[in-house]
Write a protein that binds this ligand. Structure first.
Ligand code: AMP
Length: 503
């Protein structure tokens, strides 16, 4: 079954229901959204020669045309490659080439104008109107819907292959465990639609709820509070850092969450103080999910009642957990020998179930490694308690999560190492109240050479996405290493923590 079928059926059942708002302005009913999707599907096929199975990359900010663009691809059986709009065009280009995309849709339509072999079109380009309304092309459950690039610790992005079956199961699990979608909801997209926020659109499409793209096309606390007051029944996904910022602004305004129905948070650690604060301000409007690209949004869940519970003797510990296994998956914490460890013992979090990816695009070795023994190995470390609640203790890799977005130290290190004055570098994440973590680079210069912080900063801006560049630098004579010559990042973290501690 194609995931585009939900839009088709809802538009037939409820053509006049509001489907899409931009800020407070109604842009499309479901009948309009269906028509726009069919227009765009015809445009993809006839103007751009896109065929079933072809990849279409979308490298754009959240926009009112985003939902129809994605559905137009599925309408003709094509595969969407959503690219984080914050990536550097060079990084996006790598993904476009690796996925062998037949077309890339960007805001301007001219971003890759100098690359003759990249076929590009603008997201808002006028398309022929009033194309015939046809149902979406049939596909099998295994056919790919969403090819999502995540970076490995090696710094090379990997394409996570998600099928129509994977996305359907994720959506069923959303409805079962995360939130029941209602026709009078407004699903707000404050976080990037190329990621979890976009993946979570389907339950609302099925329910005939409205989708709401903020006029800023991004995250702005005051705007969200304004929309909660005017539109009401807001539901949205937010990284923990967004929740924290929203609560700070709410407290300053004396606003207590009216008009917000549900905030789904996840994608990075939520600190106990922050969720306690959020609950004190808004009451029980929060659901936590833990997932990853390889089993999108679907590993564990801490439902609304569990987040807010104060009746269980262990409620405080539970609130700091990432909840219980979602209904569609089996969760296990495996030890080094590949067998399950008892409750309380830390091991690698592994997942089985119908949301687990088909593998990595053109990367059999990485797929085998990640799916070894029939389990998805998440690379996250944690433990279960006696009641089945999962606690994340650490990430086995050194990924930095800043503002809910993953930053892979190796990528940053490689960019800095290309600078002629840099001899060695180690990049770590250090706790930072607003963003969760910030990027700190320890730099050793070539003998007799040096570079200033602004120089290194502008170097990084030229080579990697701006959000990945270090916010702090420490210039050191050498890096701590073990006997194999491997840099000891744990020592650097301890050093950074002791430097940050008040004296
Ligand atoms: P991504 O594949 O970019 O979505 O990143 C997934 C990673 O984010 C996971 O493997 C975890 O390390 C982290 N993560 C996701 N959800 C949570 C959560 N609720 N709490 C803490 N870390 C999380």
């Amino acid at each position: 079954m194609t995931i585009a079928n939900w839009l088709y059926q809802t538009a037939l059942s409820w053509p006049n229901r509001p489907a899409l708002y931009e800020g407070d302005v109604l842009r499309q009913t479901y009948a309009d959204l269906l028509q726009a999707t069919c227009n765009r599907a015809a445009w993809l096929r006839t103007e751009h020669g896109v065929q079933a199975g072809d990849r279409v990359a979308v490298f754009a900010k959240n926009a009112p045309e985003y939902i129809e663009a994605l559905h137009a691809c599925w309408w003709i059986g094509a595969v969407v490659v959503p690219i984080n709009c914050k990536l550097h065009p060079r990084e996006a280009e790598w993904i476009i080439r690796d996925s062998e995309a037949a077309l890339v849709i960007t805001q301007s339509g001219t971003l890759f104008a100098e690359q003759a072999d990249i076929h590009e079109a603008a997201l808002c380009m006028p398309v022929r109107q009033n194309e015939k309304l046809t149902p979406p092309a049939p596909v099998s459950d295994q056919d790919l819907a969403w090819l999502f690039y995540t970076s490995g610790t090696t710094g090379t992005p990997k394409g996570v292959m998600l099928s129509h079956g994977n996305v359907r199961q994720m959506t069923l699990c959303y409805a079962l465990d995360v939130d029941a979608a209602h026709p009078n909801d407004h699903m707000l997209y404050a976080a990037p639609m190329s990621h979890g926020a976009g993946l979570y659109m389907f339950a609302q499409i099925r329910a005939g709820g409205a989708h709401l793209i903020p006029a800023s096309h991004g995250f702005d606390s005051e705007e969200i509070i304004g929309l909660a007051k005017t539109r009401g029944n807001l539901v949205f996904f937010a990284a923990p850092t967004m929740v924290k910022r929203l609560i700070a602004v709410s407290k300053a305004q004396g606003y207590t969450g009216e008009g917000i129905r549900t905030i789904i948070y996840g994608g990075g650690p939520m600190y106990a103080n922050d969720i306690n604060d959020a609950l004190a301000c808004y009451g029980p409007r929060f659901v936590q999910i833990y997932g990853q690209g390889e089993t999108p949004m679907t590993i564990s869940v801490l439902g609304r009642d569990l987040v807010a519970d104060q009746s269980n003797p262990r409620w405080q510990a539970r609130r700091a957990s990432v909840g219980i296994a979602q209904g569609a998956v089996t969760l296990a914490v495996l030890g080094a020998d590949g067998t399950a460890v008892p409750p309380g013992v830390t091991g690698e979090i592994c997942v089985q179930g119908p949301t687990v990816m088909q593998g990595y695009w053109k990367n059999a070795q990485a797929s085998e490694h990640a799916l070894n023994g029939g389990w998805l190995h998440t690379g996250d470390l944690g433990h279960l308690d006696e009641d089945g609640f999962l606690y994340l203790t650490d990430r086995s890799k050194d990924v930095i999560i800043s503002g809910g977005t993953n930053i892979y130290p190796r990528e940053v290190e490689e960019a800095l190492l290309c600078h002629p004055a840099v001899f060695e570098v180690a990049v770590i994440g250090v706790p930072e109240p607003d963003w969760g973590e910030q990027v700190l680079a320890y730099v050793v210069f070539e003998h007799g050479q040096s570079a200033s912080v602004p120089e290194l900063d502008s170097w990084c801006r030229q080579h990697i996405a701006a959000f990945k560049r270090p916010k702090r630098y420490e210039f050191v004579k050498d890096l701590p290493k073990n006997s194999y010559g491997k840099v000891l990042k744990t020592d650097l973290r301890t050093q950074a923590a002791s430097e940050a501690a008040p004296v």
